[in-house]
Ligand binder design. Structure first.
Ligand code: OOG
Ligand code: MG
Length: 257
């Protein structure tokens, strides 16, 4: 049997992102399963590397129930982050560069030396150098932000941009810090880091394990987004967005009007 056209699917998703134009779901139509979807995701990354972008880390998706419920997919997934997706803290994004951007509050890790894939992260503070509040800007390339599991995996788990706030040493009680998402000074979402697989440290174990299955090994110096603690909120032109994580501080971005 001939498998799905990985290169063709990656090109369709890559063009959708480049031109901020939604496309229809394609997994059912092309027979794409989750494993093949990660191969599409690798091809999408290669397309970015070919134009000079650099792989800077990994992001987890659907590590909280709030997120799973919002998009109707209940498997933990992961995607790739490049340097071009990074927006400086307090920076401005142009909503016109995206299809239907949403923002969500996250916790970022700066990775240190990691154990072999399949080995659990023993001492978290050996594996993670620092922790920061973060905002992820997600932008599904599928119409109506609607997708199946293989669709969202192929689409690099809706990754579009991210902001990392100031780094701190790993604080005590990382497993239960208050999280707020504020839009124009009003609280839009409230949560806790406990929503992230019960403890965001677990997201790192899952990232190592799940990426390892596809031959991807996390590297020293990489960024790691543990997944949103709350549902995502649409990003409107002119909005000022802040993610506040107890003990870690704030990451912010502005959408140009
Ligand atoms: C998929 C990406 C999920 C998270 O933090 O849970 C994600 C989506 O919601 O479109 O990044
Ligand atoms: Mg996210």
């Amino acid at each position: 049997m001939i498998g799905p056209d990985v290169a063709g699917i990656a090109e369709r998703l890559g063009l959708a992102a480049d031109t901020a134009t939604a496309i229809g779901q394609l997994a059912a139509e092309t027979g794409l399963d989750v494993d093949a979807a990660y191969v599409v995701q690798a091809a999408l990354l290669q397309r970015r590397l070919d134009r000079g972008e650099r792989l800077v880390g990994l992001k987890m998706g659907l590590t909280s129930r709030a997120k799973m419920a919002q998009v109707g997919v209940d498997e933990v997934i992961w995607g790739r982050l490049t340097d071009v997706m990074r927006v400086p803290d307090g920076g401005t994004v142009d909503t016109g560069a995206y299809i239907h951007p949403r923002v969500e509050p996250e916790v970022a890790f700066l990775l240190d030396r990691l154990p072999e894939p399949d080995e659990p992260v023993g001492d978290f503070t050996d594996a993670v150098r620092a922790v920061a509040p973060a905002i992820e800007l997600i932008d599904s390339r599928y119409a109506d932000f609607t997708f199946s599991l293989p669709d969202v995996v192929a689409d690099n788990t809706s990754a579009a941009a991210f902001v990392v706030g100031p780094w701190s040493p790993v604080p005590d009680g990382l497993e239960n810090l208050g999280v707020l998402l504020e839009i124009d000074g009003r609280v839009a979402q409230v949560g806790s880091t406990a929503a992230i697989l019960g403890d965001p440290r677990r997201a790192l174990d899952e990232g190592i394990r799940l990426a390892g299955r596809h031959g991807v090994r996390l590297r020293e110096g990489w960024l790691f987004l543990a997944g949103a603690a709350t549902a995502a909120v649409p990003l409107r032109p002119g909005a000022h967005v802040r993610a506040v994580v107890e003990k870690l501080g704030t990451a912010s971005l502005r959408a140009a009007s």
